[in-house]
Design a protein around this ligand. Structure first.
Ligand code: FES
Length: 62
């Protein structure tokens, strides 16, 4: 599913960045993609994807 329609950034891509690059905030995602740089509507959903992924990782680790 696309989170950022303006730049074609998917939830998969965001999850990958969180898991493989250890990115845990929107700033980090913005550094690696163009997410949020146009209309900005995707930022809230992107944050949810980051948080959910980070939670899953934490659960797996504990
Ligand atoms: S949907 Fe991401 S900047 Fe517009």
């Amino acid at each position: 599913m696309y989170i950022c329609l303006c730049h074609g950034v998917s939830d998969k891509k965001i999850r990958k960045l969180v898991i493989e690059e250890g990115i845990t905030d929107i700033k980090g995602i913005k550094k690696c993609t163009a997410l949020g740089s146009q209309c900005g509507k995707c930022v809230r959903s992107a944050k949810e994807v980051i948080n959910d992924t980070a939670k899953d990782l934490f659960k797996q680790a504990s």
